[in-house]
Design a protein. Structure first.
Lengths: 146, 149
Protein backbone atom coordinates (compact mmCIF):
# COMPACT_ATOMS: atom_id res chain seq x y z
CA UNK A 1 0.00 0.00 0.00
CA UNK A 2 1.31 3.44 -0.94
CA UNK A 3 1.94 5.22 2.33
CA UNK A 4 0.49 8.49 1.04
CA UNK A 5 -2.69 7.25 -0.59
CA UNK A 6 -4.67 4.07 -0.82
CA UNK A 7 -7.55 3.15 -3.04
CA UNK A 8 -10.14 2.54 -0.36
CA UNK A 9 -12.59 5.22 0.63
CA UNK A 10 -14.27 4.19 3.82
CA UNK A 11 -17.80 4.69 4.95
CA UNK A 12 -17.66 5.90 8.55
CA UNK A 13 -20.53 6.18 10.98
CA UNK A 14 -20.73 9.26 13.17
CA UNK A 15 -19.58 7.14 16.09
CA UNK A 16 -16.55 5.88 14.15
CA UNK A 17 -15.67 9.43 13.10
CA UNK A 18 -15.80 10.43 16.78
CA UNK A 19 -13.56 7.53 17.79
CA UNK A 20 -10.95 8.67 15.27
CA UNK A 21 -11.36 12.26 16.46
CA UNK A 22 -10.79 11.14 20.05
CA UNK A 23 -7.13 10.56 19.17
CA UNK A 24 -6.81 14.29 18.47
CA UNK A 25 -7.72 14.59 14.79
CA UNK A 26 -9.70 17.61 13.64
CA UNK A 27 -12.89 17.02 11.58
CA UNK A 28 -11.11 17.85 8.33
CA UNK A 29 -8.36 15.39 9.25
CA UNK A 30 -10.93 12.67 9.96
CA UNK A 31 -12.29 13.26 6.47
CA UNK A 32 -8.81 12.84 5.00
CA UNK A 33 -8.49 9.55 6.89
CA UNK A 34 -11.81 8.46 5.40
CA UNK A 35 -10.43 9.19 1.93
CA UNK A 36 -7.48 6.90 2.57
CA UNK A 37 -4.80 9.53 3.06
CA UNK A 38 -1.97 9.17 5.55
CA UNK A 39 -2.65 11.95 8.06
CA UNK A 40 -0.21 13.36 10.62
CA UNK A 41 -1.81 14.92 13.67
CA UNK A 42 -1.14 16.29 17.13
CA UNK A 43 -1.82 13.30 19.31
CA UNK A 44 -3.13 13.54 22.86
CA UNK A 45 -4.28 10.85 25.31
CA UNK A 46 -4.82 10.82 29.06
CA UNK A 47 -1.09 10.72 29.72
CA UNK A 48 0.82 11.50 26.54
CA UNK A 49 1.14 14.14 23.85
CA UNK A 50 2.99 13.93 20.58
CA UNK A 51 2.72 13.64 16.82
CA UNK A 52 1.26 10.51 15.30
CA UNK A 53 0.20 9.29 11.86
CA UNK A 54 -2.91 7.39 10.85
CA UNK A 55 -3.99 5.77 7.62
CA UNK A 56 -6.97 3.50 7.27
CA UNK A 57 -8.26 1.23 4.56
CA UNK A 58 -10.80 -1.54 4.63
CA UNK A 59 -8.06 -4.12 5.22
CA UNK A 60 -5.46 -2.48 7.44
CA UNK A 61 -5.06 0.35 9.92
CA UNK A 62 -1.61 1.97 9.93
CA UNK A 63 -0.80 3.93 13.03
CA UNK A 64 2.60 5.31 13.89
CA UNK A 65 4.45 7.61 16.23
CA UNK A 66 6.72 10.40 15.14
CA UNK A 67 7.08 11.96 18.59
CA UNK A 68 5.60 11.05 21.94
CA UNK A 69 6.10 12.63 25.36
CA UNK A 70 4.75 10.76 28.36
CA UNK A 71 6.75 11.72 31.44
CA UNK A 72 7.50 8.63 33.47
CA UNK A 73 5.54 6.45 31.08
CA UNK A 74 8.41 4.34 29.84
CA UNK A 75 7.37 1.28 27.90
CA UNK A 76 3.79 1.73 29.09
CA UNK A 77 3.61 4.73 26.77
CA UNK A 78 3.90 2.47 23.76
CA UNK A 79 1.59 -0.17 25.23
CA UNK A 80 -1.09 2.50 25.68
CA UNK A 81 -0.54 3.78 22.14
CA UNK A 82 -0.79 0.25 20.80
CA UNK A 83 -4.02 -0.30 22.71
CA UNK A 84 -5.51 2.91 21.27
CA UNK A 85 -4.66 1.70 17.77
CA UNK A 86 -6.04 -1.80 18.38
CA UNK A 87 -9.26 -0.46 19.89
CA UNK A 88 -9.75 1.89 16.96
CA UNK A 89 -9.18 -0.95 14.48
CA UNK A 90 -11.71 -3.16 16.24
CA UNK A 91 -14.29 -0.37 16.25
CA UNK A 92 -13.77 0.05 12.49
CA UNK A 93 -14.00 -3.71 11.88
CA UNK A 94 -10.38 -3.94 10.73
CA UNK A 95 -8.32 -6.98 11.69
CA UNK A 96 -4.80 -5.94 10.64
CA UNK A 97 -2.88 -3.16 12.31
CA UNK A 98 0.52 -1.89 11.28
CA UNK A 99 2.26 -0.03 14.08
CA UNK A 100 5.38 1.96 13.27
CA UNK A 101 7.88 4.40 14.61
CA UNK A 102 9.00 7.10 12.19
CA UNK A 103 12.52 8.55 12.19
CA UNK A 104 13.47 6.82 15.45
CA UNK A 105 16.52 8.79 16.61
CA UNK A 106 16.84 7.21 20.06
CA UNK A 107 19.30 4.30 19.64
CA UNK A 108 17.95 2.36 22.62
CA UNK A 109 14.37 2.64 21.39
CA UNK A 110 15.47 1.61 17.92
CA UNK A 111 17.22 -1.47 19.31
CA UNK A 112 14.14 -2.32 21.38
CA UNK A 113 11.82 -2.11 18.39
CA UNK A 114 14.11 -4.23 16.21
CA UNK A 115 14.33 -6.86 18.98
CA UNK A 116 10.52 -6.86 18.95
CA UNK A 117 10.61 -7.70 15.21
CA UNK A 118 9.78 -4.22 13.94
CA UNK A 119 11.24 -4.15 10.44
CA UNK A 120 12.91 -1.09 8.89
CA UNK A 121 11.84 0.28 5.54
CA UNK A 122 12.07 3.62 3.76
CA UNK A 123 8.97 5.66 2.94
CA UNK A 124 8.47 9.07 1.38
CA UNK A 125 8.12 11.88 3.91
CA UNK A 126 4.40 12.51 4.46
CA UNK A 127 2.96 15.70 2.95
CA UNK A 128 1.67 16.73 6.38
CA UNK A 129 5.28 16.79 7.59
CA UNK A 130 6.52 18.91 4.71
CA UNK A 131 6.71 16.23 2.03
CA UNK A 132 9.52 16.55 -0.46
CA UNK A 133 11.87 13.97 -1.93
CA UNK A 134 13.29 12.95 1.44
CA UNK A 135 12.96 9.27 2.26
CA UNK A 136 12.34 8.53 5.93
CA UNK A 137 12.91 5.31 7.78
CA UNK A 138 10.08 3.66 9.66
CA UNK A 139 10.27 0.61 11.90
CA UNK A 140 7.04 -1.29 11.34
CA UNK A 141 5.25 -4.44 12.44
CA UNK A 142 1.89 -5.84 11.43
CA UNK A 143 -0.40 -7.29 14.08
CA UNK A 144 -3.38 -9.51 13.38
CA UNK A 145 -6.22 -8.87 15.78
CA UNK A 146 -8.20 -11.80 17.03
CA UNK B 1 -3.04 32.47 -0.17
CA UNK B 2 -1.33 33.42 3.08
CA UNK B 3 1.98 31.70 3.66
CA UNK B 4 1.62 30.01 7.04
CA UNK B 5 5.38 30.22 7.54
CA UNK B 6 5.96 33.85 6.53
CA UNK B 7 6.76 34.87 10.12
CA UNK B 8 9.34 32.11 10.43
CA UNK B 9 10.93 32.92 7.08
CA UNK B 10 11.36 36.43 8.44
CA UNK B 11 12.92 35.01 11.59
CA UNK B 12 15.34 32.98 9.52
CA UNK B 13 16.31 35.97 7.41
CA UNK B 14 17.03 37.83 10.67
CA UNK B 15 19.47 35.10 11.67
CA UNK B 16 17.30 33.39 14.25
CA UNK B 17 18.18 29.74 14.74
CA UNK B 18 15.95 26.75 14.09
CA UNK B 19 15.71 26.19 17.84
CA UNK B 20 14.51 29.77 18.43
CA UNK B 21 11.94 29.49 15.65
CA UNK B 22 10.77 26.15 17.03
CA UNK B 23 10.08 27.71 20.44
CA UNK B 24 7.75 30.22 18.75
CA UNK B 25 6.15 27.73 16.39
CA UNK B 26 5.23 25.11 18.96
CA UNK B 27 2.49 27.39 20.30
CA UNK B 28 0.60 26.37 17.15
CA UNK B 29 1.18 22.66 17.84
CA UNK B 30 4.06 20.26 17.62
CA UNK B 31 3.08 19.09 14.12
CA UNK B 32 3.09 22.67 12.81
CA UNK B 33 6.45 23.30 14.45
CA UNK B 34 8.02 20.20 12.88
CA UNK B 35 6.62 21.09 9.46
CA UNK B 36 8.01 24.61 9.87
CA UNK B 37 11.48 23.31 10.71
CA UNK B 38 11.49 21.18 7.57
CA UNK B 39 10.01 23.78 5.27
CA UNK B 40 11.76 26.95 6.47
CA UNK B 41 15.07 25.58 7.77
CA UNK B 42 15.36 22.63 5.41
CA UNK B 43 15.90 20.14 8.22
CA UNK B 44 15.49 16.44 7.63
CA UNK B 45 12.79 14.79 9.70
CA UNK B 46 15.29 13.18 12.12
CA UNK B 47 17.07 16.54 12.58
CA UNK B 48 13.77 18.34 13.15
CA UNK B 49 12.96 15.77 15.86
CA UNK B 50 16.35 16.35 17.43
CA UNK B 51 15.71 20.10 17.62
CA UNK B 52 12.30 19.64 19.26
CA UNK B 53 13.62 16.93 21.58
CA UNK B 54 16.57 19.05 22.68
CA UNK B 55 14.37 22.12 23.27
CA UNK B 56 11.98 20.06 25.38
CA UNK B 57 14.87 18.97 27.54
CA UNK B 58 16.39 22.44 27.75
CA UNK B 59 13.32 24.40 28.85
CA UNK B 60 11.48 22.07 31.21
CA UNK B 61 12.42 21.13 34.77
CA UNK B 62 13.31 17.46 34.88
CA UNK B 63 11.35 14.84 36.74
CA UNK B 64 13.72 11.93 37.37
CA UNK B 65 12.09 8.53 36.99
CA UNK B 66 13.75 5.13 37.23
CA UNK B 67 14.69 4.01 33.76
CA UNK B 68 14.43 7.53 32.35
CA UNK B 69 17.21 9.92 31.46
CA UNK B 70 18.41 13.04 33.21
CA UNK B 71 20.70 15.79 32.01
CA UNK B 72 23.04 18.15 33.72
CA UNK B 73 25.70 20.61 32.73
CA UNK B 74 29.28 21.16 33.70
CA UNK B 75 32.29 23.10 32.57
CA UNK B 76 36.01 23.25 33.08
CA UNK B 77 38.97 25.09 31.64
CA UNK B 78 40.02 22.14 29.43
CA UNK B 79 36.86 20.93 27.71
CA UNK B 80 34.70 24.00 28.13
CA UNK B 81 30.99 23.53 28.76
CA UNK B 82 29.40 20.12 28.39
CA UNK B 83 26.08 18.35 28.89
CA UNK B 84 25.92 14.94 30.58
CA UNK B 85 23.16 12.42 29.94
CA UNK B 86 22.65 9.44 32.24
CA UNK B 87 20.06 6.78 32.99
CA UNK B 88 18.30 6.78 36.38
CA UNK B 89 18.86 3.52 38.25
CA UNK B 90 17.35 4.47 41.60
CA UNK B 91 15.93 7.41 43.54
CA UNK B 92 16.46 7.26 47.32
CA UNK B 93 17.23 9.50 50.27
CA UNK B 94 16.83 12.60 48.10
CA UNK B 95 19.44 11.44 45.59
CA UNK B 96 19.17 10.26 42.00
CA UNK B 97 21.52 7.34 41.28
CA UNK B 98 22.60 7.18 37.64
CA UNK B 99 24.70 5.17 35.22
CA UNK B 100 25.28 4.76 31.46
CA UNK B 101 26.70 8.25 31.16
CA UNK B 102 27.09 10.05 27.83
CA UNK B 103 28.94 13.35 27.66
CA UNK B 104 28.49 16.00 24.99
CA UNK B 105 30.78 18.96 24.53
CA UNK B 106 29.01 22.16 23.47
CA UNK B 107 30.82 23.27 20.33
CA UNK B 108 30.10 26.15 17.93
CA UNK B 109 28.63 23.75 15.36
CA UNK B 110 26.62 21.64 17.79
CA UNK B 111 27.14 18.85 20.32
CA UNK B 112 30.16 16.54 20.11
CA UNK B 113 30.13 13.32 22.09
CA UNK B 114 33.24 12.55 24.14
CA UNK B 115 34.31 10.11 26.83
CA UNK B 116 32.38 10.44 30.09
CA UNK B 117 35.30 9.67 32.39
CA UNK B 118 34.91 10.27 36.12
CA UNK B 119 31.25 11.24 35.95
CA UNK B 120 29.30 11.39 39.20
CA UNK B 121 26.82 8.59 39.83
CA UNK B 122 24.71 10.23 42.56
CA UNK B 123 23.06 13.65 42.26
CA UNK B 124 20.70 15.52 44.64
CA UNK B 125 17.18 15.27 43.28
CA UNK B 126 16.66 19.00 43.94
CA UNK B 127 19.30 19.68 41.29
CA UNK B 128 16.79 18.90 38.55
CA UNK B 129 14.10 21.34 39.67
CA UNK B 130 15.63 24.02 37.44
CA UNK B 131 15.55 23.62 33.69
CA UNK B 132 18.81 22.73 31.97
CA UNK B 133 18.67 26.06 30.14
CA UNK B 134 18.53 27.96 33.41
CA UNK B 135 21.48 25.99 34.73
CA UNK B 136 23.49 26.59 31.54
CA UNK B 137 22.74 30.32 31.76
CA UNK B 138 23.87 30.41 35.40
CA UNK B 139 27.04 28.49 34.53
CA UNK B 140 27.81 30.91 31.67
CA UNK B 141 27.30 33.87 34.02
CA UNK B 142 29.57 32.30 36.63
CA UNK B 143 32.45 31.81 34.18
CA UNK B 144 32.00 35.28 32.71
CA UNK B 145 32.13 36.92 36.17
CA UNK B 146 35.14 34.81 37.08
CA UNK B 147 36.95 35.90 33.92
CA UNK B 148 36.12 39.55 34.59
CA UNK B 149 37.12 39.46 38.27
Amino acid sequence: MDEQHCDSIMDLTDEQRQQIANLGLLPEQVEQVRLGREVAFDFRTESAVGVALLQVSNVILRCGILEINDPGGGLLTFVRFRNHAFNLARSLGIHHVELFGMAVVNPELRELLIRQSFMPREVTCPDDLGGGPEMVEILAKVFVLK
Amino acid sequence: MKDEFSKFKQMRSEGRTAAEAYQTAKADGELFALRMLRTVYGLSLPDAKRVSGVMEKLYAPQTPVVGGKVYWEGSDTIEGTWIMEATVDDIRDGFVCVSKHRKFLIQPNGLEETLANGAVDRIPKSYFAKSLLNRLSEAASFWRELAEA
